[in-house]
Design a protein. Sequence first.
Length: 94
Amino acid sequence: MANPIVGSTVTLQVEWFDLAGDPVAGATVLYVQDPSGTETTPAVSNPTTGVYRAQVTLNEAGIWRHRWEAVSVDGTIVCEGSVCAQASALVGVS
């Protein structure tokens, strides 16, 4: 799968489960850091128990880091990841 290009909107998603494999509801926040280091907290939707989504527009080339945090009855849970936004759809052209 190719990396998204600058200007693309991506959907970030996390799914929370307990040790038994059951979906877990929790107050969930998404922190996004752009390649320049600016941090934002986009709006998060919760379409079903344990599933959280957010739309992020990649307006700068480079590595976009994200961190999901939730507080549930079992404590704090965290999931981190990243997305690389390319400046152009043309890659490897000389």
